[in-house]
Design a protein around this ligand. Structure first.
Ligand SMILES: Nc1ncnc2c1ncn2[C@@H]1O[C@H](COP(=O)(O)OP(=O)(O)O)[C@@H](O)[C@H]1O
Ligand SMILES: [Ca+2]
Length: 402
């Protein structure tokens, strides 16, 4: 678009405004470049306060990191999603609508050079689009921000960040390559016992929150599979086989993650089932995570793979989510691992995944068997993702909200 065309669009805006778009409507576009997929969130806001009116969400698989050696092809997947935004946002608002992409653990695990090549191709796609491209619009997000922004999203959507009597909730996010825990400590003890780099002050909506947050790189569900198989951070030799008691006995297959091919299989001769599997998985988590006392008795919102695996095994409804106790994951892990032949229609990793989730919650974070987990994908029809918090942060930095 030439400047001239843009000028005309501005001039004509009252006429080109779609009937259902109110005069005080504005938009924000946030890309989540996750390790397993790339997602676009197109948010509509109605007031500067701000109030979220709606969201358009779409995603593609695999994630950008799978294009480590073809950065242009990776950027094309972003372009395809951005074209949706061109259709969704009224033309007269294009150049007032910021677009940002933040990558998470998948790109953190790539070499600096490969990650930068992908990001600069994406930046080009943004610059060729009609949208507002702020400084630092494309980059790798800090792990601590991932948790904080998801915490902002959930507590904003559940109404905890406005008014008095704020009773915020903690959040657990289990991605493909990393996992996050974030909560607002209530006890002085917690602040004293916590390493300084687990505490971050964050300003949002005219309040400052001192949050406990940490992102554990390599502890996402898929990275944990590799760790359990003993294949994480290994130079994989062609034909090398990784075996585990968490997999069906006679399984032999291959798997691509982060651009590497892995061959894996069951313990053909040895043991299989929950007990040996739990011992294997325990090696991955035991003693590796900080355990704040305070969380044992509180309830948490959990999403991403916590949600997916609970829904896969009918612990919760796929659409509506549900409320679980930590012990429900353990019970289901036992049921699946001790009857692996019966579950062979679903993912061969189901036993390993459920066992890892159980071990991560109990031995990793130190939750109790009866700690309550609320599993939700959406609140008020908006995705419970860090992307909404990130969009608020963006709008705030651009002076578009109060
Ligand atoms: N907006 C979303 N809606 C639903 N599920 C999501 C969304 N974003 C991420 N997920 C879930 O997150 C998990 C994958 O995490 P991902 O974001 O790809 O990895 P990482 O956070 O480690 O980079 C999957 O369970 C996927 O379904
Ligand atoms: Ca994620």
């Amino acid at each position: 678009h030439s400047n001239r065309e843009m000028w005309f669009q501005d001039f004509l805006s009252p006429n080109t405004c779609p009937i259902n778009a109110k005069a005080n409507t504005f938009y924000g576009i946030m890309f989540d470049a996750g390790s397993t997929g790339t997602r676009i969130h197109i948010y509509t806001f109605v007031q500067k306060s701000p109030e979220v009116e709606g969201e358009i969400f779409e995603s593609v698989k695999p994630g950008l990191s799978a294009y480590a050696d073809q950065p242009e092809k990776g950027a094309e997947t972003v372009k395809a999603l951005l074209d949706m935004a061109v259709d969704a946002v009224p033309p007269h608002l294009w150049k007032k609508t910021p677009v940002v992409l933040k990558a998470t653990a998948g790109l953190r695990l790539l070499s600096e050079e490969k990650a930068q090549a992908l990001l600069s191709e994406v930046k080009e796609v943004f610059e060729e689009s009609p949208f507002l491209v702020p400084e630092d619009s494309v980059g790798i997000m800090d792990g601590s921000h991932e948790g904080i922004l998801a915490w902002i999203t959930v507590n904003f959507l559940t109404g905890q960040l406005s008014g008095q009597n704020q009773q915020t909730v903690g959040i657990l996010d289990l991605g493909g390559a990393s996992t996050q825990i974030t909560f607002l400590p209530r006890f002085e003890e917690t602040l004293k016992e916590t390493p300084e780099d687990f505490l971050t002050s964050f300003e949002m909506f005219n309040s400052t929150y001192k949050l406990y947050t940490h992102s554990y790189l390599g502890f996402g569900l898929k990275a944990a599979r590799l760790a359990t198989l003993g294949a994480l951070n290994m130079e994989v030799v062609d034909g090398q086989m990784f075996r585990s008691s968490c997999l069906p006995k006679h399984l032999e297959a291959e798997w691509h993650f982060g651009g590497v091919k892995y061959q894996y299989g069951g313990n053909k001769e040895g043991e299989t089932g929950f007990k040996p599997c739990y011992l294997e998985v325990l090696k991955v988590v035991k003693g590796k995570l900080h355990q704040p006392d305070e969380i044992r008795g509180s309830s948490f919102y959990a999403f991403s793979y916590y949600y997916d695996r609970a829904a896969d095994t009918n612990l919760i409804d796929y659409e509506r989510g549900g409320v679980l106790e930590v012990r429900n994951f353990e019970r289901k892990a036992k049921e699946v691992c001790d009857n692996m032949e019966r579950y062979n229609s679903a993912s061969p990793f189901l036993c390993m995944d459920l066992t890892y989730i159980t071990a991560l919650l109990k031995e990793g974070f130190g939750f109790r068997d009866n700690t309550i987990l609320k599993l939700t994908k959406k609140v008020n029809n908006i995705e419970t993702s860090w992307t909404l918090g990130a969009t608020f942060y963006l709008l705030q930095s651009l002076g578009m909200t109060y």
